[in-house]
Design a protein around this ligand. Structure first.
Ligand code: PLP
Length: 382
């Protein structure tokens, strides 16, 4: 089996047989010539909602990176989540979601799926017994994120797969925060992996996309059928940009992890910081599990500001290199206040986050510039 970066650069991306182009072409064509009425299609393609060659290249690459037989690329991470939930859940079914699920995932379940009779329970999936207690005979799906957003909790994927499997439920892992370089949930027993490729996979904050990866042939056919029916496909240029980004994923994740470790060290020693949340810290409750299932601990760091909500808001506005913005996983460093920004939609619910919480997406800039920027912001605003 080839190594990660060899797959990132070559899987699904052989030189173009007609022109010799080394880089996968962008195929904007919406339709493809047919050999005859009802006959074979010349190149295996028919219409670009159903399939498109640039998208196929991306799918083959992502399947190789997650160690799954099939990948399906989507127009966004939420498009992927929507199709997966529609395939796996029927009216009356029950789904377990993380108690600090990505806000958009919570909204999809809480505002859309409940209208169709789906029931859900938010659970701290860092606690396997809590999952056992939440399971019902109607539980069809356990939806897991690890590390979680924005509290960076860790769930034991192999243990959850065991419990879910025994109960006849599927385990889906949203692997967006780790990226396929740091963690491969299918190898740990998960049934499906989800990515918002908008984040680390694309890596340059210039494209929105999503993907599902699975080793299950029948499930893959159902996903493709439903995607073709509802139309949540990525455009060929988006697929191409994602392919361009993913080639450097291993290099980027190593640097994100290096830089995050240095930032964690700085935060841990600053008087304006009450607590640092990072799975690489030995005192993090999920540290041992993270060390077992992840290659490194990644570029996401959250912390609680000692001075409360106002101080946290001031810190978010005081940095210069860390840009105040939602999203994550790009080469540039970002800072945000989850309570007022990414997680505003869960205020007042079981998923509410502390109001003195700040989340960093540590980029790949020169780390001492990042450390100086953050130290200055904490000195003056914290
Ligand atoms: C961004 C994100 C999503 C949603 O993906 P989009 O591409 O924004 O639709 C899902 N899960 C996690 C963990 C995310 O960070």
């Amino acid at each position: 089996m080839r190594g990660f970066s060899t797959n990132a650069i070559h899987a699904g991306q052989a030189p173009d047989p007609t022109t010799g182009a080394v880089i996968t072409p962008i195929h904007p064509s919406s339709t493809f010539v047919q050999d005859g009425v009802g006959g074979l299609r010349a190149g295996g393609y028919e219409y670009s909602r159903s399939a498109n060659p640039t998208r196929t290249a991306l799918q083959e690459c992502l399947a190789a990176l997650e160690g799954g037989r099939h990948a399906v690329a989507f127009g966004s991470g939420m498009g992927a989540s929507d199709v997966l939930m529609r395939v796996l859940l029927k009216p009356g079914d029950h789904v377990v979601i993380p108690h600090d699920a990505y806000g958009g995932t919570f909204r999809l379940v809480d505002k859309i799926l409940v209208q169709w009779g789906v029931e859900y329970t938010p659970v701290d999936l860092g606690d396997v017994d809590a999952l056992r207690a939440a399971l019902r005979p109607s539980t069809r799906l356990v939806w897991c994120e690890t590390p979680t957003n924005p509290l960076l909790g860790i769930a034991d994927i192999a243990a959850l797969a065991d419990v879910a499997g025994t109960a006849g439920a599927r385990l889906v892992v949203d692997n967006t925060f780790a990226s396929p370089y740091l963690q491969n949930p299918l190898a740990l027993g998960a049934d499906v992996v989800l990515h918002s490729t908008t984040k680390y996979v694309g890596g340059h904050s210039d494209v929105v996309g999503g993907a599902l990866v699975t080793g299950d042939d029948e499930l893959a056919q159902q996903l493709l059928f439903t995607q073709n029916s509802v139309g949540s496909v990525p455009g060929p240029f988006d697929a191409w940009l994602t392919l361009r980004g993913v080639k450097t994923l291993a290099l980027r994740m190593e640097r994100h992890s290096d830089n995050a470790e240095r930032i964690v060290e700085l935060l841990g020693g600053h008087r304006a910081v009450e607590k640092v949340l990072y799975p690489g810290l030995p005192e993090h409750p999920g540290h041992e599990v993270a060390a077992k299932q992840m290659r490194r601990f990644g570029g996401m760091v959250s912390f609680l500001v000692a001075g409360g909500r106002d101080a946290a808001l001031r810190v978010c506005s005081a940095t210069e290199i860390f840009t105040l913005a939602e999203s994550l996983g790009g080469v540039e460093s970002l800072i945000e206040h989850p309570g007022a920004m990414t997680h505003a939609s869960v205020a007042g619910s079981a998923l509410e986050v502390p109001d003195n919480l700040v989340r960093l997406s540590v980029g790949i800039e020169d780390v001492e510039d990042l450390a100086d920027d953050l130290r200055t912001a904490l000195d003056v605003a914290g």
